[in-house]
Design a protein around this ligand. Sequence first.
Ligand SMILES: *Cc1c(COP(=O)(O)O)cnc(C)c1O
Length: 383
Amino acid sequence: MTDENDKQVETIAVHGGRTIDEETKAVNPPITMSTTFERREDGEYPQGYIYTRDNNPNRESLEGCINELEGGEGCAAFSSGTSAAMAVFQSLSTGDHILAPDDVYHGTEHQLDSIMNRWDIDTSYVDMTDKGAVEEEIREDTELFWIETPSNPLLKITDIKEISSLAHEFGCTVVVDNTWSTPVVQKPFDFGADLVIYSTTKYFGGHSDAMGGAAVTKKKDEFFESIRELQKHAGASPSPFDCWLIMRGIRTLPLRMKAHSENAMKVAHYLEDDPKVTDVYYPGLKDHPDHQIAKKQMSGYSGMLSFQVEGGKEKAFEVAANVDIFTRATSLGSVESLIEHRASIEGEDTETPEDLLRLSVGIENAKDLIQDLEQAIEKSYKN
Ligand SMILES: *Cc1c(COP(=O)(O)O)cnc(C)c1O
């Protein structure tokens, strides 16, 4: 829970993990591009750094900053969101069972079904927005609940509080992949989650130029100790430069999230009114089926939205082909707006509708973005 005396998110984003360099008094941390650190004559390591896979000043300050933003007791930074998720799964034991959303990020599904299954870790996929359905899937050996909200690409909203208390009734650990929201928009610990993971490649970095991931824990427990061990010994350490870039991104994260949220809301309202658009998925819209839950657990609704168009896959491709300001690319969370035909990136067995386009709404002027979509749609349906 947030303490009245706690610093606010904008302040933490600017100052979290900041140390003045003792040598030069530089206000920004130097990038410590050294894999190894000198020992003293007595064999000790004066600053505690030994080898960069174990720890590095840039990684340590990034971890401090993310941890403070999240209000956790510990953070481990990784070289990608994927490796952060992997460390969570590898902290389970053979025979453990996972409950994950039926529309979980496709990369996570791949990890679970093609890699973790070899260690006899079984996953059941369930509609996490339906408590009854989730309850039915709980087994004797269920250890972990994986929540992703808003979900990808249909922006379904899971009630973190409701699902966390259900999980805890059965002694299970709750992990929230909070990549789409960031702690600026949603703080899963406030609603009972035990662990939060991120692809910092997305909003944290915010400029499509660095890969990273993070796992943040509410309590320093054995499970987190295992994640820390995997960070050091499974080898997915982030580079000092990537840590530095992500940290630099975080300094403007609250400002950017505000702009992403405001722009996405405007774009969603425009799309709602366009006759060629058959459905819009954005939790900020009042008629989104889970708007009330979103309102309760999010502040702002982030920059991700999806919509369906008339005319199936062909027209969806055409609309994406006709944009000028939006860029046709996967990924999300950067300053520039992206548009993506999601089904074709997810592969053959996807359940994503073929007429769906996903937007990562950037921080450009909303009017320009709307005009761009408007002209793209108009051009696509001209004949
Ligand atoms: C991108 C993404 C990931 C994976 O992160 P990488 O940094 O690409 O490895 C995991 N979860 C969600 C929700 C994502 O959007």
